[in-house]
Design a protein around this ligand. Structure first.
Ligand SMILES: Cc1cc2nc3c(=O)[nH]c(=O)nc-3n(C[C@H](O)[C@H](O)[C@H](O)COP(=O)(O)OP(=O)(O)OC[C@H]3O[C@@H](n4cnc5c(N)ncnc54)[C@H](O)[C@@H]3O)c2cc1C
Length: 265
């Protein structure tokens, strides 16, 4: 018989009823950041959490989940060099706002989607090539032709970008209070694409202690049952710093693999 069972089945970002209990806006039309184009099967449905509960394990509540507006037309990994417009060609948010604030503004849009625009000067990430190839990001020689392809009135988009560039020059955005500007959006060609909000990470899950032992509802460890990774709740609190997910997986996975004890490998 095995010494222990370790649950490591990930979070529940793909479980629509479960995530809607946390935030009723997260209906099935909101995809996960792990599967943004729904081309794959997403196994993050919380199986392991239900398994732990069936064995008497407790789950955390109140930490919620994290949303991310990156996965479509955005090709930058930093703030200050792109702008977001709604389907009328108008800005609707401070693009450098914290993710929670961005998510609320995006979820309030009629179709919960928007356009991201940058220009030739910005430093694109490695997704640019594939996104251009499959049409997720497009390239236009001027603002008017970009607007026409988006189905936006060219004069409106021209005005929006002119206002944005005035704010970038002054480093003062009277409309939305943006203060992080690294450039104007003015050098053709312009790069643009559809962006949406995605369910990125769940922050609630199985309750464990610092030794990765699954706890029962009275806070006592369940013998031989461990959990690690995103299936565990409460590790980060109500938000998670970018890049910290795998640190948690490795540290607590190793702890669970050592059955709650550090082992030299
Ligand atoms: C787009 C994206 C980018 C990210 N970038 C970063 C980053 O740069 N740095 C960082 O630290 N973190 C990043 N993360 C977060 C990181 O990927 C997760 O924290 C990590 O993958 C969680 O690992 P896990 O093993 O707990 O769960 P998962 O990686 O979700 O693995 C769980 C596995 O269990 C399988 N499974 C589920 N149910 C069952 C079942 N019943 N039977 C058998 N198998 C099952 C699933 O299919 C899956 O393969 C990113 C996440 C996403 C979505």
């Amino acid at each position: 018989m095995s010494e222990a069972v370790v649950i490591a089945t990930g979070g529940f970002t793909a479980n629509v009823p479960a995530r809607m209990k946390i935030d009723g806006r997260l209906s099935a039309d909101i995809h996960t950041s792990a599967n943004p184009y729904v081309l794959l099967w997403d196994g993050a449905d919380g199986d392991g959490i239900r398994l732990a509960q069936a064995l008497g394990g407790a789950v955390t509540e109140g930490f919620g989940l994290q949303l991310l507006p990156i996965g479509g037309g955005r090709v930058l990994d930093y703030a200050g060099a792109d702008l977001y417009v709604n389907d009328e060609g108008r800005r609707f948010v401070n693009e450098a706002a914290p993710r929670r604030e961005l998510a609320s503004a995006i979820l309030a849009l009629p179709d919960k989607r928007f356009w991201v625009i940058t220009d030739q000067q910005s430093r694109k990430n490695a997704t640019l090539g594939p996104k251009l190839l499959n049409g997720i990001v497009k390239k236009s020689p001027d603002i008017r032709s970009m607007a026409r392809e988006m189905g936006i009135r060219p004069d409106v988009l021209e005005r929006t970008i002119a206002d944005y560039n005035r704010a970038a020059d002054a480093k003062f955005d009277p409309e939305f209070g943006k203060s992080v500007f690294t450039q104007r959006i003015s050098e053709p060609p312009f790069y643009w694409g559809r962006e949406r909000i995605y369910v990125h990470t769940t922050l609630d899950g199985i309750r464990t202690d610092h030794q990765a032992r699954v706890l029962d509802r009275s806070g006592r460890p369940i013998d031989g049952l461990f959990a690690a990774g995103e299936t565990v709740g409460g590790v980060f609190g109500k938000d998670r710093l970018g890049g910290m997910g795998l640190t948690n997986c490795i540290v607590m996975g190793r702890m669970a693999g050592g059955c709650g004890r550090w082992r030299k490998v």
